[in-house]
Design a protein around this ligand. Structure first.
Ligand SMILES: Cc1cc2nc3c(=O)[nH]c(=O)nc-3n(C[C@H](O)[C@H](O)[C@H](O)COP(=O)(O)OP(=O)(O)OC[C@H]3O[C@@H](n4cnc5c(N)ncnc54)[C@H](O)[C@@H]3O)c2cc1C
Length: 457
């Protein structure tokens, strides 16, 4: 342990010229206007949260540290399981997450587990705080828990009280009893990822999952792929076109995953977030009763876009969690690793490196919170921007951590390699970052085209 009470190139905290020594000598009002408590770096932001959200954030952090963090390495290295099998550690965590309310916090008690103090704030804000803490602990488990809320989002956004009461509330109740019921969100098809996430591509796409009317409901046929948690989900919000029609007929169906004809054909062996399965689902004449059409026929495209608008903010929050974890890892390494007889942290170029990492992380957190705060009506322009910018910058922070740790960064035991693999995926799902840039422009285009005097004409 270092005996020195200052970093090289800096004055000790108690030095006459240090900020606190100086501020402490000002008259009372001057002191009140200048002095401040010295919090942990990240806690400074949290201290500014409304009390109820700060409390939820603390609860999320303690759950993440107690349950997700200790399981992260084990599940990352566990052999790839055949579709439908759940690792015992994952099962245990899902049960505990359900009991503690992490699978039901989009509605207040007694319907769900959102504390009443959080009700005045956009649920996306609360979700973003939770997601940051979970991502910091384990990207894979975070995705497993978060994808469930993504799956539930069309039910919520349908705006139908009867949908909530009949479908979502029973799911929440089961989760809270410790019987995890995950809901998957299924839009991606083997021929279409981006095409089901942006209008221009969707216009030309012929949907692969099709619903054919039958007595009392619809028969679904086709394949979905890359569905997070789709291997363990008990129900799924599946988007399908009506027979003989295009994307404009897209409709959301709430599908029972045990229904005859519903099959998880495989899960992908992917580079990161390995505790969450990415499932391929085959639908062969899966019967869905008419009362499980969510939000009305041909309203699926709207529900999908609204869901993505909401979910891109928590995805940006994942980026904050990963950037924070990478920064924390780098700081810890710089404090402990010695070079030329002194700890790395004493080198000023290392200090500059860390300062940039912290600034990037706090900057994207500010961006995410600003959007999350007004997350009652998330606008495509803002949420797409937030998603691509936060995830791009977080990847950069993780690269900077890798630079600092050098060969130690590539060692699994230092955890950075996992963060590095996990963060990369946030730039792909919920629309690639290229698609999110285009989504931003799509939403902005009316203003871009609105001008009176062309230049040079
Ligand atoms: C870990 C993970 C979890 C996922 N979870 C889910 C889930 O739960 N549910 C779900 O439905 N899906 C899920 N997905 C799928 C994900 O949303 C898609 O992978 C993503 O939208 C990208 O689609 P794609 O892979 O088919 O790429 P493609 O659409 O095939 O794109 C290929 C390339 O072309 C570019 N491109 C495409 N169209 C355009 C264009 N018009 N202009 C310019 N460039 C373009 C893209 O940016 C990309 O670089 C998940 C994916 C991953 C990796």
């Amino acid at each position: 342990m270092s005996q020195q009470n200052y970093l090289e190139g800096h004055l000790p905290a108690g030095h006459r010229l240090s900020p606190h020594w100086q501020f402490g000598n000002l008259p009372l009002i001057g002191r009140a206007l200048t002095d401040y408590p010295v919090n942990d770096l990240w806690e400074t932001d949290f201290a500014r949260l409304p009390r109820a959200l700060a409390k939820q954030r603390r609860r999320a952090r303690s759950f993440a540290e107690q349950y997700l963090m200790p399981a992260a390495a084990e599940l990352d290295l566990a052999p790839h399981l055949p579709a439908g099998q759940c690792h015992p550690t994952t099962q245990r965590i899902l049960c505990e997450a359900g009991k503690q309310g992490w699978l039901s916090y989009f509605m207040p008690a007694p319907l769900g587990s959102m504390p009443w103090g959080s009700v005045p704030y956009a649920p996306i804000w609360q979700c973003s705080l939770v997601v940051e803490e979970f991502s910091r602990a384990c990207g894979g488990l975070m995705l497993l828990l978060s994808a469930h809320h993504l799956g539930a989002m069309p039910l919520i956004l349908s705006g139908s009280v009867s949908t909530l009461m009949r479908h979502l509330v029973p799911v929440y109740r089961r989760c809270e009893r410790g019987e995890p019921h995950l809901i998957a969100f299924a839009i991606t098809e083997p021929g279409a990822g981006s095409d089901v996430e942006e209008g221009h591509g969707a216009q030309a796409y012929r949907p692969g999952v099709v619903a054919t009317p039958t007595e009392g409901g619809y028969l679904l046929n086709g394949r979905k792929c890359f569905i997070s948690g789709g291997d363990l989900a008990k129900t799924a919000t599946v988007f399908a076109a009506l027979q003989g029609e295009g994307m404009a007929s897209w409709t959301c169906f709430y599908v029972d995953c045990t229904a005859p004809g519903y099959k998880v054909t495989r899960t992908e062996l992917k580079m990161g977030m390995r505790a969450s399965g990415a499932a391929e689902i085959e639908l062969t004449n899966v019967f869905v009763p008419s009362d499980r059409v969510i939000g009305g026929l041909r309203n699926g495209w709207a529900l999908n876009r609204a869901t993505l608008n909401a979910s891109r903010i928590p995805v940006a929050s994942m980026a904050v969690g990963f950037a924070r974890a990478a920064t924390e890892t780098a700081v810890e390494f710089a404090r402990r690793y010695t070079l030329g007889g002194k700890a790395l942290i004493h080198y000023q170029d290392v200090q500059l490196h860390l300062a940039t990492m912290v600034a990037e992380t706090r900057a994207i957190r500010s961006l995410v919170w600003q959007e999350a705060k007004s997350g009652w009506q998330p606008r495509q322009l803002n949420t797409s921007l937030c998603k691509f910018h936060a995830t791009d910058r977080a990847q950069r922070v993780c690269e900077m951590a890798m630079d600092l740790l050098a060969d130690h960064g590539g060692l699994h035991e230092n955890k950075l390699d996992k963060i590095f693999r996990d963060v990369r995926l946030t730039r792909i799902f919920e629309g690639t970052n290229q698609i999110n840039r285009l989504s931003m422009i799509e939403d902005w285009q009316t203003q871009l085209l609105d001008f009176d005097h062309p230049i040079g004409v």
